[in-house]
Design a protein around this ligand. Structure first.
Ligand code: SF4
Length: 215
């Protein structure tokens, strides 16, 4: 018996301590089961019409218990082909953005999209598709329990904040999604086409890093 055990026993706290440990273990099991279920349900999902044209679903990538959760719009052609979000040029830029604030896509970071299937021709997602897919995202967020969400791009920001405001008016402030702090920034694919806004994205990341330090 360790010294800690002995002290706890003397104080009559062992059962409480044990109960806490058991509760933690039960939560871990619940979380594991939740992920297994989500990884089974999403690839088989036919809730909206996008299942007809997808190659595969793209659930997300990274640390499933990350403090940082980055959410984009929907998979593109490469993502649909490879089954991973943010590959290709936009993905490279996202990796660089992460590196700029000392992050890596697999370490304490999880990356996903609002939609898990690719809209054909990279068209904008339809409201009905978002409505059908949002339970998957909500479950995912509940399982990850991130400390901070970064909504990338107009679509993710407007969907998560239930707003039709522009990125310009939403960025630079701390919002909330399901009780979790949320920061808005530009989508990497947008930044590839609008280089001057990279400065603003950098400001958003600095704000995000500062916010995370204060959480
Ligand atoms: Fe299901 Fe979402 Fe894919 Fe639609 S986009 S089929 S709701 S996983």
């Amino acid at each position: 018996m360790t010294r800690r055990h002995e002290i706890l026993k003397e104080m009559g706290l062992t059962p409480v301590w044990r109960l806490r440990n058991e509760k933690k273990e039960m939560e871990e099991v619940k979380e594991e089961t939740g992920w297994i279920e989500l990884k089974r349900i999403v690839p088989a999902c036919t809730a909206c019409g996008l299942h007809k044209t997808r190659t595969q679903t793209v659930l997300g990538v990274g640390d499933e218990q990350a403090d940082w959760l980055f959410i984009g719009e929907a998979p593109g052609a490469e993502e649909d082909r490879l089954g991973e979000p943010f590959v290709g040029q936009a993905g490279k830029l996202l990796d660089n953005m992460l590196a700029a604030i000392g992050l890596k896509r697999d370490e304490n970071v999880y990356i996903c999209n609002v939609l898990k299937c690719r809209p054909p021709g990279n068209r904008n997602p339809e409201p009905e598709e978002v409505a059908k897919c949002s339970p998957h995202l909500m479950k995912q967020i509940a399982l990850i329990q991130p400390k901070l969400i970064i909504a990338m791009g107009r679509f993710a920001a407007q969907t998560l904040l239930n707003s039709d405001a522009s990125i310009a008016s939403l960025r630079g402030r701390l919002h909330q999604y399901a009780g979790l702090p949320l920061i808005v920034t530009y989508h990497p694919a947008y930044l590839l086409r609008n280089l001057p806004d990279k400065v603003k994205a950098w400001q958003d990341l600095v704000f995000a890093r500062r916010t995370m330090q204060s959480l």
